[in-house]
Design a protein around this ligand. Sequence first.
Ligand code: SAM
Length: 296
Amino acid sequence: MTQGINSPFRYAGGKFYARKLILDFIPKHNSYLEPFAGGGSIFFAKDKVSSNWLNDIDNELINCYMIIRDNPELLIDNLKDEKATKERHTYYKKEYKPTNNIERATRWYYLNRTSYSGIMNMVNCYWGYGEKYSMRPENWSRNIIRTSEKLQGVNITCLDFEKVISEVVDGSFLFIDPPYYNAAQDKFYTHSFTKEDHFRLCDLLKKNSKRIKFLLTYDNTEDIKELYNWATGIHEMEWNYTINRTDDQKKTNKKTEKEKGSRYKGKEIFIINYNIEPLEDYEQLSIDYNSILQIT
Ligand SMILES: C[S@@+](CC[C@H](N)C(=O)[O-])C[C@H]1O[C@@H](n2cnc3c(N)ncnc32)[C@H](O)[C@@H]1O
């Protein structure tokens, strides 16, 4: 068993703030799959089991995971003298031309750690590092090493979700976190997810529902509730979090609301196809994490 750690990446739509709520829903299992891994916040927060599988269609993200798993020291070596500056961000974004997979991972890692909200779609990838709230370059190697340890023995693939859900072994548990249904998520991710993809996912889960257990997270919309009216449970969940602005903002002496951090509410539905232990009332559970999101 490996203990929970944080995702190595900053990731748009990541489930970091909801991870404790989600962990409470996860049933016992020996085989685990995330078909839409992204930053993998749930995989990194939970214990590993006998078989662990992370998949995402974004090949730069997956290449970076593979390099961290298999060649962490080469990535650390490439990043060891880096400084987090706007100039280096522009260089990696616009000028640097990777010639191998280690260099691709170096570029991806640097940009992910220094971009606004970890948004890696190059059209919307902007400088977003702040000394106070972002992980400093001198701590990147520790982050890479502990991630590499957790990724040992993990199956990492870059495929469409349909392939991995169809192939996962019977009895597996899947944490499924697709792009939102009603949100312009195309600006965050490198592959667009259409309405047809949402319907395709629903059909696939219905077809496989007897042989796998899944927890699917979505934005709370009537369309999705209707689409999954065959599921065992649809739970409306809420959690609070605070976004602290980084010090890339104008400096003032007065503590404005902005500097203290703005409060937001995460509101989603958790759709499950299994019965959960009636330990407590899961409906409308609310947790106040009050954590810090690295964002400018
Ligand atoms: C909401 S994010 C996942 C966030 C993740 N749970 C976390 O905590 O960081 C959705 C992910 O789905 C991926 N994706 C989009 N279309 C896909 C497809 N057809 N097959 C597999 N992954 C896909 C995106 O690249 C993105 O990383």
